[in-house]
Design a protein. Structure first.
Length: 184
């Protein structure tokens, strides 16, 4: 089972929305997906309860034992997507340690780019113990492709995160994401 942890220590960057949408896309592609809520706010569990179908199991696992608990589920799932809370904690770091890939969402704003450095520092610390872990940055909630803020975000991330890949793909800020989250 592959594990993708969606995490950033800054709140409000769209981690839960990204996690749930990735889970749906992966499930529609034929993968057996487990959605793991490692956030005390439990947004992913609320999303799961609101769904008409039960095709994507969601569990709460906001514990430091997440890294040891997930491997025991490997035979049942192809992919686990872990949604983290927006703060540094032992659970946040354990969720990152459980990952094969860490996806770091960042909004295209000065404050978000600067705040991302704390998350990237934590990932660099993790790489000392888990050198093979991969981490990428995705720019999330883009209002306009022509925005100077988007250009500034790419430039800022190149400066503060030169060792991290910033995905060319960007996630647009659309009302439909908010509506579909409420509908599961």
């Amino acid at each position: 089972m592959k594990v993708i942890t969606v995490g950033c220590m800054k709140g409000g960057v769209g981690k839960s929305t990204l996690s749930t949408n990735l889970a749906v896309v992966a499930q529609k592609a034929g993968l057996r997906v487990l959605l793991v809520d490692a956030d005390p706010q439990k947004s992913v569990l609320a999303w799961s309860v609101g769904r008409d179908t039960n095709d994507i199991p969601a569990i709460a696992l906001a514990t430091v034992k997440i890294a040891s608990a997930l491997p025991s589920m490997a035979d049942s799932y192809d992919l686990a997507i872990v949604d983290c809370g927006g703060r540094d904690s032992q659970v946040f770091r354990a969720a990152m340690a459980a990952a094969d890939l860490i996806l770091v969402p960042v909004q295209p704003s000065y404050f978000d780019v600067v705040a991302t450095t704390e998350t990237l520092d934590a990932i660099n610390e993790l790489k000392i113990f888990k050198p093979g872990i991969e981490a990428v940055i995705v720019i999330n909630q883009v209002i306009s492709e022509r925005s100077s803020m988007l250009k500034d975000a790419f430039e800022g991330l190149a400066e503060v995160a030169p060792d991290f890949k910033v995905l060319d793909s960007k996630i647009s800020r659309k009302e439909i994401y908010k509506k579909t989250s409420a509908e599961g």
